[in-house]
Design a protein around this ligand. Structure first.
Ligand SMILES: [Zn+2]
Ligand SMILES: [Zn+2]
Length: 150
């Protein structure tokens, strides 16, 4: 399996602390560790994946669960629901709201998820569409075969 290098994109402790201070959350070790995990890879992660990566540092499942919840309530991370019953989280970048919105890609073979951060998809309703009846679009998911499974 290909390993993603974390060195360049990793979020520093100082950056994690400033994100927490901005939303007036206390800088606990667990919150910082969770932010660093989500900031390091640039891919959405489930609670289980974050727990796996942090268990070696002695954080338990419920502490991580609570941190993910608090961070998403505070709006630093966002929660994705891609319809496969797995709740995933990703770090919101400090870009504007509009720039942050991006579609996600899911491999139908291995289930791998990727952020299509440099793609933008615009859905323009046609005239007289039933846009209001449909509600709000929260997620754009593109499915296909990833490079490994192709
Ligand atoms: Zn795949
Ligand atoms: Zn994403």
């Amino acid at each position: 399996m290909e390993r993603v290098s974390q060195s360049k994109t990793a979020l520093s402790v100082a950056e994690a602390k400033s994100l927490l201070r901005n939303v007036k959350l206390r800088c606990t070790a667990a919150r910082i560790a969770v932010l660093q995990q989500l900031g390091g890879l640039g891919v959405p992660m489930s609670h289980g994946e974050v727990t796996d990566r942090l268990s070696q540092f002695g954080f338990d499942q419920s502490t991580i669960y609570r941190s993910l919840h608090e961070l998403s309530e505070a709006g630093i991370i966002s929660r994705l629901d891609l319809g496969d019953q797995v709740r995933r989280f990703e770090l919101r970048s400090r870009k504007s709201e509009a720039e942050f919105e991006h579609p996600h890609f899911m491999c139908v073979d291995c289930g791998k998820i990727a952020c299509l951060s440099d793609f933008s998809v615009q859905l323009k309703p046609s005239k007289g569409s039933r846009r209001r009846a449909m509600g709000e679009i929260t997620e754009i998911l593109i499915r296909g075969h990833c490079a490994t499974c192709q």
